[in-house]
Ligand binder design. Sequence first.
Ligand code: ADP
Ligand code: MG
Length: 355
Amino acid sequence: VPVDSATQRGNIKVVVRVRPTNSREAATAYKNVVVAVDEKLILFDPKEDTGGFYYHGVKQTGNRDMLKKPHKDLKFCFDQVYGPQQNNTEIFTGTIVPILDTILNGFNCSVFAYGATGAGKTYTMLGTPENPGLTFLTVMELYRRLAQMTEEYEHEVVVAYLEVYNETVRDLLNPEVTGPLNVLENPSGVVIPNLSMHKPKDESQLLQMLADGNSLRTQHATDLNSESSRSHAVFQVFISLRSRYADMRTNVKVAKLVMIDLAGSERGSATGFQGARFREGASINKSLLALGNCINALADGKRHIPFRDSKLTRILKDSLGGNCKTVMIANVGPSDMSYEDTYNTLRYADRAKRI
Ligand code: ADP
Ligand code: MG
């Protein structure tokens, strides 16, 4: 069993996932700008041609085009680098399985998919029927473990699903509630009054809830990707465990796991937004910016963490820092078609790993 790497000394695990080449990239003579040297080290825009995503050594290349801008040629080290051939189950095993004990011991945890539109966030969190994502795999595994503990503990699992869109919080599992939801803080944590809570009776009901919630997400076509979502989708799982033997009052463990498919991290200007779309872009940047600032403040060991700066970070106040465990999955595309986005995502993720 490998020992904790230097990057994993804190409570945050930062991994990068590089998605496979898509048909648009395949149809053009695209160039690979992300190269995995080993399972933790990634090269961005290397000077030399290294022969694809998996490092095969340096190839001899012909005359370089001297008019081209210089290669950034950067190395980044993360807790793990996942390539185009790795599926959701492998990512689940590497990132979430190690924190399940923390949750079952009563500590809050959070998991984010970060990245530009089209980088693979929704594929990672939600997945497809054939390749279910981390949200589904996590809840299934939690149910399995709880079933094994049933002689000793009574348990309850409750889920809620909301979105933050334009700094407004909406319930994705209760279309009847039209007004925005409030986010409050009380001594026991963050509370969202009127957010509907659900107990799926089995896995198919849970999948159905996720699908129903996703169909309620606020979506708009952008020039970059018609499937893009400008909202943060926040899935919450509440687990309470009550010992069957000990004094009830002292032996209830309650934990919350928050799993977030973040809005696209690309800059508004790059997506050709106009009119109302500009406002959306600005708000999304506000929440992502606030999340970045909170992560940076935690990374620097600051005492004041600016959780109050956005709705998203208010919701995360009791699930980030302290004894909480956080997983950040930074999603990127493989090619120079997403050069700036990939560069920005790798830098954001690099900063996060220092918590
Ligand atoms: P995002 O949510 O970040 O905007 P998506 O998850 O929607 O991006 O991914 C964009 C497209 O790429 C989708 O068609 C998705 O199915 C595909 N895709 C993303 N990641 C993978 C992957 N690891 N394997 C196969 N297809 C993927
Ligand atoms: Mg998406």
